[in-house]
Design a protein around this ligand. Structure first.
Ligand SMILES: Cc1cc2nc3c(=O)[nH]c(=O)nc-3n(C[C@H](O)[C@H](O)[C@H](O)COP(=O)(O)OP(=O)(O)OC[C@H]3O[C@@H](n4cnc5c(N)ncnc54)[C@H](O)[C@@H]3O)c2cc1C
Length: 420
């Protein structure tokens, strides 16, 4: 077996098992394999299957049977949604769209042979491969923290059990206790996400533990919708939230999960809950496919093809694409561009110029929603912002309520667009 451009998780025994595994999916049709059934991957799989009318054989590889959206997971923490309302199954993609849904991990990609190997031993051949694996965390990004400690100091930046755990820890805080967040450096998944989370934690604590405090340590001078969040924190949660930027040590932070302490530039704070959101990089399978440069996978904007392999398209958070934030809306928008390009390449269907859009809504308190968004186009170098908008500070309550209601409609729409 050549190791050139091949990478496998695990031992020689696993690799030997792969060599003897059957090849799946050969039906005489062009084959698309999609790795990752989240905002990018589920959308791409559905659009390719739906718009090609059975002419393309689509396989979706996703380890989890229920996908919990990170979007609106903060609203679950705040008590505005229950967990089941943000969980989605892949059943409709299989039954109504004929997608071959395989619940497994992709553990190796052979770009020469154009195959994806799965942890369970199967090998999937592809004509085009779509990777939308989301994020992984940069090792040692926050000294003292590792994934092995995520039960003591949850990240809750991949939704599901981590989000449940973080909420349970907040609910169990002692009266007047301290919640700390270690915020990530740019670029990271969902730029307003940590600050919406702070708002939702404050909303919850205000009801169940009003003398509790929130401390945010941040390596960034500025963050998304900063003026809007700071105005909202002052208005709804005055005195509860302390934000420490890099000028006051926010960039020099380590944690001790056993002691439940946070060291901020030499000053040690004892905390009751610590939400560590480490620096991020493309989901590991991108490294294994050798399509990353630094932490992210560069793409050709017009088609979302990897700059390193024209048979692979990369979507969503894993990409280095230019001006779009790493959001579910962005991943969904990029997926439709990739789906059109893939169909064009495999069936000769018409390909229109790529257009992208994004809006990120955040909830600050009951009926107090804000948003930021933009439209984008593909240039040779990057996905470039065309024009944008952002909520204003000082908006009236009716507009903020309408903005929140708009976000509820968006959530229903995007999850239907992903899962059918
Ligand atoms: C707290 C929070 C709030 C957010 N709020 C919003 C919001 O309001 N609006 C918004 O637009 N975005 C929001 N986001 C961001 C959004 O969740 C992500 O940007 C989006 O999910 C990215 O889509 P993706 O397809 O790149 O990755 P994901 O949606 O994470 O999907 C990746 C999938 O790939 C699978 N996978 C990974 N590796 C493998 C492998 N080797 N084999 C098989 N499968 C694999 C994973 O299991 C996962 O299901 C939020 C994020 C967070 C953390």
């Amino acid at each position: 077996m050549t190791l050139n451009r091949r990478a496998f998780i695990g031992t020689g025994a696993a690799a030997a098992a792969l060599l003897s595994a059957p090849m799946l999916g050969a039906q005489g049709k062009p084959r698309v394999v999609v790795v990752g059934g989240g905002a990018g991957g589920a959308t791409a799989a559905r659009y390719i299957a739906k718009d090609s009318d059975g002419a393309i054989d689509v396989t979706l590889v996703e380890p989890t049977r229920a996908y919990y959206t990170c979007f609106f997971s903060n609203l679950y923490i705040g008590g505005f949604r229950d967990l089941s309302s943000i969980g989605h199954s892949y059943g409709t993609l299989a039954t109504d769209y004929g997608i071959n849904v395989v619940h497994d991990w992709a553990v190796g990609i052979d770009r020469d042979a154009k195959t994806v190997s799965l942890a369970g031993g199967a090998v999937l051949p592809y004509d085009r491969l779509i990777l939308s694996p989301g994020i992984d965390f940069v090792d040692d990004a926050v000294p003292g923290w590792s994934v092995a400690q995520q039960n003591k100091m949850p990240h809750a930046y991949k939704a599901g059990s981590q989000t449940e755990l973080l909420k349970a820890q907040i609910e169990a805080m002692p009266e007047g206790g301290l919640f700390a967040m270690v915020a990530p450096p740019n670029p990271f998944r969902c730029p307003p996400g940590p600050y919406e989370r702070v708002s939702m934690v404050a909303h919850l604590l205000k009801q169940i533990n009003p003398t509790a405090k929130i401390l945010v340590v941040d390596p960034k001078e500025k963050f998304s919708k900063m003026a809007l969040f700071q105005e909202g924190w002052q208005k709804h949660y005055g005195g509860m939230i302390d934000w420490i930027g890099p000028d006051f040590g926010g960039a020099n932070v380590s944690v001790n999960p056993d002691q439940m302490t946070v060291d901020i530039d030499g000053a040690v704070e004892k905390v009751d809950v610590c939400n560590v959101i480490p620096a991020q990089k493309a989901g590991r399978i991108c490294d294994m496919a050798q399509i990353t440069e630094g932490n992210w996978a560069p793409i050709v904007p017009a088609t979302m093809q990897s700059r390193m392999d024209e048979n692979i398209h990369v979507l969503g958070d894993a990409t280095n694409q230019g001006d779009m934030p790493k959001s579910g809306y962005s991943a969904n928008s990029q997926a439709k561009v990739a789906a059109m390009a893939v169909r064009g390449a495999l069936t000769g269907s018409k390909v229109f110029p790529a257009k992208f859009s994004n809006t990120c809504w955040s909830l600050i308190d009951t009926d107090d929603g804000v948003k930021v968004g933009a439209s984008y186009e593909a240039t040779d170098e990057k996905i470039a912002k065309v024009d944008g908008f952002i909520s204003d500070t000082g908006e009236d309550a009716a507009l903020r309520k309408a903005t929140y209601e708009e976000s509820i409609g968006w959530y229903a729409g995007i999850t239907e667009d992903m899962f059918g």
